[in-house]
Ligand binder design. Structure first.
Ligand SMILES: Nc1ncnc2c1ncn2[C@@H]1O[C@H](COP(=O)(O)OP(=O)(O)OP(=O)(O)O)[C@@H](O)[C@H]1O
Length: 761
């Protein structure tokens, strides 16, 4: 092997030399491109500031400005490509590849696989991008015949050798020949590392099932049910990198959105795509997304809901909530809209500069004069069209209004130029056509000024949607099997919350859907892929609202029903059937991940034992300390906690103290206030973690991982019921290397049942 290693190092040295050569050239080319951009931009600025004093000069300049703009755009694009080239090569240099495969097609061929492709001057591939079709062999095959996907269909080759490298600073640290899909040694090495404050990419060690998620380009609905730590989040991120590579021309990262569980998670995963040479996709939490669409209202977050559920929630409100969150609520909304009339639609005025621009009476009149045979939505659409026409007529009439003429006269040359941009041709620029030019300018000016009116028409902001939704709740009192007064109590709560500018999570999706049904707006046709992490915490109504909001997107839903905050555990097949029916998916697919990579076997043995069907989970074979439980009391809890933290900090870089609620997290912080520990108390608004010791509620730790976890207060008093299992499972599975539980008073029944998996202290 040593001789082999020498040969491999020699090959690596050659590749690094090629990278260095190319890097040098790339830097020069980039510097030239950069200089050119600066020059062209300077030229552009000079050009727009000359000759624009007189109006007719301004027109001439305009066409030139347009041309200059195009030139600027072109050189900026070239510069960006060059910069990317420099970045890719720089990224590649320390560890140019991680895998080698020897295959037999017609001849024997040796291929090296890394983060990006590298070609020599004869266009031969020194490195293949891990996302290239042929690299699929590395992830899919054990030695022998292997299939891989190509654009032209499936190909089969003979895999003769598979080698893995661990390369640091351009030196081979380790290499292994393996017959497994992706061998244990590399994975052991990767998983044995201490945690970072940000997630790493896993391209060198992607496992076969994960690869199915990453390389799936066929499914319109991909559901991933994976146990804690099975690599769901990793799989989505590498999948995004894969999709961006494969549809480079048609797809960009702004057309991909990830619904993430919380803001901390967003910053935790922020480095993965850049480390793969890609730009991050958009990220949003459900509450942020809904709040943005419900301007001015604060949407309850999943966590507020959960915390509230710890304190209250009677049977009636539970039943109503379940109803509002079921897929069937969308059908009720559609039926409700169908029976609306001019009298029962809550039209509202559209205002401009503080005055009524279009009054509600006018809307009622238009709507009621339309043929009854049309659907309500069609009549609203016709009403929108009429309002649009009226807006245009009003603009034409306002062109010579004093305030408009005055505003134009007061414009500086930049503003005026901007107003006419793209609208000038030879005829208009002609001096004789000056009045026509002025008319165009004031038309544009008015269009811009009245944009808010046009938007209100387009977006359907001429209904009082809150009143309308409140009516819907009253309508449900008559149209559901639940008692009417339960619905009326809900209606009352909805209106009360509204006064405080708040809305319950369960109302947000139905309300938005209602608005969209009436207005025909609210959909984003640009988004191509939507990813939902922690899908088990979303209601069906919320998921279907997302599908409605992104009608042309393919969906990837990922989750672990064992970690559900609210719901019962569901079997994978039942889940897929439920989602594919609700989404009316044409090509649904499901991947189940049962192997947990994050935590040691000992930690997983405890976590698994908590679950009724935990035996299906297999832990990756990596050994560590057995988890322990410290039973203490109120008097000693602070000192016991502090020494547990101290001892964990001796061994590890990050320690998280996870509590059941935010209030308990605050209480832990108070217990530690007099200690010398460098800790950070986190809440839902935090975006970053800064201290080695972190204190937060379990639900905020969703998706995250830490070297060591201390579960604070796992007593029977704190976890009296069933929910303990799911929460403690989530808590335990956040720990990579060490888990300590602390119980103030007797431990919860859930833990007593699995007592043998813990060391009791
Ligand atoms: N193939 C792999 N190679 C190396 N590390 C891996 C692999 N798969 C998963 N991991 C590691 O295991 C840990 C868990 O992965 P990840 O966070 O993606 O899992 P998850 O299923 O989203 O977990 P959870 O649902 O518990 O949040 C991470 O540290 C990740 O880097």
């Amino acid at each position: 092997m040593d001789e082999e290693k020498v040969k491999e190092q020699a090959r690596l040295d050659k590749v690094v030399a090629v990278i260095d050569d190319q890097l040098e050239t790339a830097k020069e080319v980039y510097a030239d491109a950069h200089a050119e951009t600066r020059a062209v931009e300077g030229n552009y600025l000079d050009n727009i500031s000359i000759n624009t004093i007189e109006l007719d000069d301004a027109m001439e300049t305009n066409a030139e400005v347009q041309q200059q703009r195009n030139i600027v755009a072109r050189v900026v694009e070239t510069e960006t490509i060059m910069r990317k080239n420099v970045e890719t090569l720089t990224n590649l240099r320390p560890s140019p590849y991680f895998g080698r495969i020897d295959i037999m097609e017609e001849d024997r061929d040796t291929l090296y696989i890394g983060l990006a492709s590298l070609q020599d001057e004869k266009q031969g591939f020194l490195i293949y991008d891990w996302r290239a079709p042929i690299s699929g062999i590395y992830y899919n095959g054990t030695l022998g015949p292997v299939n891989y996907e190509t654009p032209a269909g499936e190909e089969t080759v003979e895999l003769l050798k598979k080698r893995q490298f661990n390369i640091t600073d351009s030196q081979i640290v380790n290499m292994f020949d393996t017959d497994e899909t992706v061998g244990d040694e590399m994975l052991q090495y990767a998983l044995g590392q201490a945690s970072d404050s940000t997630m790493r990419n896993i391209v060198a060690t992607i496992q076969q099932e994960q690869n199915m998620i990453i390389r799936d380009t066929h499914s319109d609905l991909l559901v991933v049910q994976g146990v804690a730590g099975s690599g769901k989040t990793s799989a989505i991120l590498q999948r995004i990198a894969f999709l961006l590579f494969h549809a480079r021309e048609e797809l960009n990262s702004d057309q991909i959105v990830l619904f993430s569980p919380n803001r901390l998670f967003s910053s935790y995963i922020a480095d993965v795509l850049p480390s793969l040479g890609e730009r991050n996709m958009r990220q949003v939490t459900l509450a942020e997304f809904l709040s943005a669409r419900l301007e001015g209202l604060k949407v309850q977050t999943i966590f507020e809901r959960y915390e509230q559920g710890n304190h209250q929630g009677g049977h009636a409100s539970q039943a109503i909530q379940t109803k509002l969150e079921a897929a069937s609520i969308l059908k009720h909304l559609a039926a409700y809209v169908d029976q609306l009339t001019a009298e029962t639609i809550h039209f509202t005025d559209i205002n401009f500069q503080g005055n009524v621009f279009f009054g509600r009476e006018a809307m009622v009149k238009i709507f009621s004069e339309l043929p009854q045979a049309y659907s309500v939505r069609e009549r609203v659409a016709q009403t929108q069209k009429r309002l649009d026409e009226r807006l245009l007529r009003r603009i034409n009439r306002m062109i010579n209004d004093d305030w408009v003429v005055e505003a134009l006269n007061n414009m500086d040359r930049y503003q005026y130029n901007d107003l006419l941009a793209g609208q000038l041709d030879e005829t208009i620029a002609d001096e004789e056509n000056m009045p026509a030019t002025m008319a165009i300018a004031s038309h544009h000016f008015l269009e811009r000024s009245l944009q808010s009116v046009a938007d209100a028409i387009y977006n359907g902001f001429f209904f009082d949607i809150y009143e309308q939704y409140s009516d819907f709740l009253a309508y449900m009192a008559k149209h559901s099997e639940l008692p009417a007064d339960w619905w009326l109590a809900k209606q009352e709560r909805f209106l009360r919350e509204l006064e405080y500018h708040r809305i319950d999570l369960e109302d947000a999706s139905p309300l938005l859907y209602l608005r969209d049904l009436l207005s025909g707006a609210g959909t984003n046709q640009q988004m191509r892929y939507v990813f939902v992490d922690e899908m088990q915490d979303y209601s069906m109504a919320q998921l279907l609202y997302l599908q409605h909001a992104f009608p042309t997107a393919k969906f990837t839903l990922l989750g672990d029903s064992e970690q559900a905050l609210f719901r019962e555990i569901e079997q994978p097949q039942a889940l897929l059937t439920k989602y594919s029916r609700a989404f009316a998916a044409k090509n649904p697919a499901m991947v189940v991940l049962n192997k947990a990579y994050r935590s040691t076997q000992e930690i997983m043995a405890f976590a698994k034992a908590l679950l009724p069907d935990g035996q299906q989970i297999t832990a990756f074979t990596r050994s560590g300390k057995q988890p322990s439980i410290l039973v203490t009391n109120h008097v000693n809890q602070a000192s016991v906690l502090e020494s547990a933290i101290d001892s964990a900090m001796n061994d590890w870089g990050t320690v998280a103290i996870l509590t059941k609620t935010q209030a308990q997290a605050n209480q832990v912080a108070t217990l530690l206030a007099d200690s010398k520990l460098d800790y950070q108390l986190l809440s839902a608004d935090d975006r970053t973690r800064t201290a080695p010791v972190l204190i937060m509620p379990i639900y905020l730790a969703k998706g995250l991982e830490f070297d060591a976890v201390i579960g604070f207060d796992v007593s029977q008093a704190n976890y009296p019921n069933q929910i303990a299992n799911g929460l403690l499972y989530t808590l335990a599975s956040r720990a990579m290397h060490e888990l300590v539980l602390l119980s103030v008073g007797p431990a919860t029944e859930a833990i007593n049942r699995v007592a043998e998996t813990l060391v009791w202290k």
